[in-house]
Design a binder for this molecule. Structure first.
Ligand SMILES: [Zn+2]
Ligand SMILES: [Zn+2]
Length: 277
């Protein structure tokens, strides 16, 4: 199935990715992409490992501005940011914002959601009285506010809490204690007309066999005419359009009629699924 040759969820060596932006740009050209958006992790004061410091953020913006000039006419390069819920609001303009919840705040402690299964289980034990459904409810209650908090255009990896739950080894996705807060968050975000991403990042890094979000969630987004785009959450140059063909078929099978991409005037347009962008 054909799909837009565009990815807006891209990490580089400025945060926790492997390659430089220019290496990513060259890989995008080799893959005949039309648009490549970068989304470095926003500065998060309590996280020293994955995010960009204020100085690195400045260097990241300057490097993307340089590349935009060098590659003008060959590839459209966008400068975005993956804005964590608990990051200070950026003072400067970005072409787009991906709003993500990577941490929950509980009793004065920031609990990472997607660092490792062990870290998640420790947070459940220590901050949520051993009850994973409280952890999950807290995640979706936080995510429901992500548009207000970050001003995002796109919601990052909607059901990120599924990352370590392959085969339902941690919790049941059908349990009402999971479904209720998840559907509340989904409906609130649908009303705010944010763009949902089909994110293949956890597949490329070997955590999941299917993209975010799960099929029943994507079907509900499609039923409510929510906007959807394909993103790879690439952390290396070989993952820029990771299994997009499969992801486009997945979208189609869930009733998604078209995929959202940036248009030339910094707005958005929908490309009907199955046709060339
Ligand atoms: Zn993320
Ligand atoms: Zn990301």
């Amino acid at each position: 199935m054909r799909y837009p040759r565009c990815n807006l969820h891209t990490h580089t060596a400025f945060c926790d990715g492997k390659n430089t932006p220019e290496e990513m740009v060259q890989a995008a050209l080799a893959a005949r992409m039309d648009q490549l958006g970068f989304s470095g992790h926003s500065y998060t004061p309590f996280d020293g490992s994955c995010c960009m410091s204020p100085d690195r953020t400045e260097a990241y913006r300057a490097e993307l501005a340089r590349l935009r000039e060098v590659y003008r006419g060959r590839l459209r390069i966008l400068c975005g940011i993956e804005q964590d819920f608990y990051s200070p609001q950026p003072a400067l303009h970005y072409d787009y914002i991906i709003g993500s919840v990577h941490y929950l705040w509980r009793d004065g402690v920031y609990c990472p959601v997607d660092e490792s299964r062990e870290r998640l289980q420790r947070a459940v034990r220590e901050q949520f009285a051993g009850n994973i459904y409280r952890f999950l409810a807290c995640y979706y209650e936080t995510l429901a506010q992500v548009k207000y908090k970050t001003g995002c255009d796109i919601v990052g990896h909607f059901d990120l809490v599924e990352k370590f739950n392959e085969g339902e080894c941690l919790f049941s996705g059908a349990d009402y204690r999971y479904r209720r807060p998840m559907l509340d968050a989904l409906d609130q975000l649908l009303e705010q007309d944010v763009i949902f991403e089909i994110n293949t990042g956890a597949m490329s890094r070997g955590y999941r066999s299917t993209p975010y979000p799960s099929a029943y969630i994507l079907r509900r987004i499609a039923e409510k005419r929510g906007r959807v785009m394909l993103n790879s959450d690439a952390h290396s140059k070989d993952a820029l359009m990771w299994r997009f063909d499969e992801a486009a078929q997945y979208a189609h099978s869930c009733g998604v009629g078209g995929l959202t991409v940036p248009d030339d005037a910094h707005g958005w347009r929908v490309v009907p699924l199955g046709r060339e962008a």
